[in-house]
Design a protein around this ligand. Structure first.
Ligand code: IMP
Ligand code: MG
Length: 194
């Protein structure tokens, strides 16, 4: 069998162009995820909880978290879009992909990459609560308390972050930088290109 040609080497500075200081290293993040997973495994032994994420940013955290959890869990995703004539992604929330699993009577853990104002999550939690789950808790890797506008009950939290725009580990800037295994600031001149 012929081997596929290797992709051309991408120079490292293409992947990290525009990045500023690294805020959390890959080790910091993975270590904290192991702690969160241990806590969830203890709290949900025998419960077979359903972990729910919003596409797309959370897939990195979700897959690392799931692999570190030591009790049976199930996984499902929703997708939303926010119509916003100004294109800043802050319009009303519209569900574009619903869950495949039934929620009624289930133990739910809503898994988030980052909670900022909390408005999106607050809407989604209301929607899930209306479907009658047995329990519903929130697990976020990153939390930005400074701009919170909605009261979010946070049972599991990885890190508090300052009110700065950061990228990496699922967080993007115009769909770039998601795949970085760490969290970094963006240099101001990049953000000013908006
Ligand atoms: P909110 O909590 O409703 O304000 O929305 C949170 C969403 O804003 C997240 O799911 C991210 O898509 C986005 N977000 C918030 N802070 C950052 C950041 O620092 N970098 C990248 N995306 C962010
Ligand atoms: Mg998100």
């Amino acid at each position: 069998m012929d081997l596929l040609p290797l992709p051309p080497q991408i120079p490292p500075d293409e992947l990290t162009r525009g990045l500023g200081r690294i805020i959390l290293s890959q080790d910091d993040i993975q270590h904290r995820i192991a702690e969160l997973a241990a806590q969830i495994s203890e709290d949900y032994a025998g419960c077979n909880p359903l972990l729910i994420g919003v596409l797309k940013g959370v897939v990195f955290f979700m897959s690392d978290l799931l692999r570190a959890i030591t009790v049976p869990v199930r996984l499902d995703f929703i997708a939303i879009s926010r119509y916003d004539p100004q294109g800043r992604g802050k319009g009303p929330v519209r569900l574009i992909k619903d869950l495949e699993e039934t929620v009624e009577g289930q133990h739910l853990i809503f898994v988030e990459d980052v909670i900022d104002t909390g408005l999106t999550l607050s809407y989604l939690l209301r929607l899930l609560r209306a479907r009658g789950p047995a329990s519903l808790e929130v697990c976020t890797l990153f939390n930005k308390p400074a701009r919170r506008l909605a009261n979010i009950p946070l049972k599991y939290k990885g890190f508090d972050l300052p009110d700065r725009f950061v990228v990496g580990y699922g967080l993007d800037y115009r769909e770039a930088y998601r795949h970085l295994p760490y969290i970094a600031e963006l240099r101001p001149e990049v953000l000013n290109l908006a």
